[in-house]
Design a protein around this ligand. Structure first.
Ligand SMILES: [Zn+2]
Ligand SMILES: [Zn+2]
Length: 264
């Protein structure tokens, strides 16, 4: 059974824990390590997991809210790290030595009970990846930190039963906030982050009858509000349900630096 928890989401730090395989011998993979080392270790212990029990850490890209404490955490707990060439270079992950493994778009990583499939996304990082993963029965798609949706992204995530989907900002709130113009342009640009509207369009492309869970992620605390996200994505799901193209899909919001919702 595939289980996952958002341990933190947003510009203050991202980490998602995925568990697969039998409870007697589970596989644990951490996607991003954007929390402080102590906060991350505490978050894991709250789930009953010792940091040394992690089988792998997958780093999506070098921004501090994702790579965070990866080098220190990996070294201290002897957990191997997977990242792209570009991410490894930009984040200086070579200091990990033989704990570092390079991956890229189109590869399939086998961690025993959990297979991870990374793919390229358009974001202002050196070689950013997002991913889908499966325990052989169910697929989870993880998609944050991208400026727009591409056919490649949609193709990779089609058929996922669960989605962790970026809904970073409300376009009007971003437009009227006090950020300097260059920062607004960066966030709203083609290599920035998905707005609620873009996230809703992405979700509309990923609907299918077996979709059962959507967790909105990487919300800006400054330029978004959970109720706006739930309305934007909820409208898409409501329309699809009326049209009979999806069943009952649970929709919730991943919170910053706090354990997310347990996924049954
Ligand atoms: Zn980010
Ligand atoms: Zn980023």
């Amino acid at each position: 059974m595939l289980q996952w928890w958002s341990l933190g989401s947003g510009s203050t730090g991202n980490a998602t824990l995925v568990k697969a395989g039998p409870s007697s011998r589970p596989t644990y993979v951490l996607i991003d390590c954007g929390l402080g080392q102590r906060a991350l270790e505490l978050a894991l212990l709250e789930k009953g997991i010792e940091p040394t029990q992690l089988d792998a850490i997958f780093i999506t890209h070098e921004h501090a809210d994702h790579v965070g404490s990866a080098a220190g955490f990996s070294t201290r707990n002897r957990v191997p790290v997977w990242a792209s060439h570009g991410t490894s270079a930009a984040a200086q992950l070579h200091v990990l030595g033989d704990l570092l493994h390079i991956t890229g778009d189109g590869e399939a990583l086998d961690f025993g009970g959990l297979a991870v499939h990374p793919f390229t996304v358009p974001h202002d990082a050196r070689e950013p990846l997002q991913l889908k993963c499966t325990d052989g029965e169910e697929w989870l798609g993880v998609l944050t930190d991208l400026g727009h949706i591409t056919p490649h992204v949609v193709g990779q995530l089609r058929g996922c039963e669960a989605l962790l989907l970026e809904a970073n900002h409300d376009a009007d709130l971003l437009h009227s906030c006090r950020y300097p113009p260059f920062l607004k342009e960066r966030i709203a640009g083609p290599l920035g982050h998905l707005s609620n509207e873009q996230s809703a369009l992405a979700l509309a492309e990923l609907l299918h009858p077996k979709l059962r869970l959507v967790v909105a992620a990487h919300l800006s605390q400054q330029n978004n509000r959970p109720e706006l996200v739930l309305k934007a994505l909820g409208d898409v799901l409501d329309q699809a349900r009326l049209a009979g193209s999806v069943g009952n899909v649970e929709l919730c919001v991943a919170e910053p630096r706090r354990p997310g919702k347990d996924q049954p």
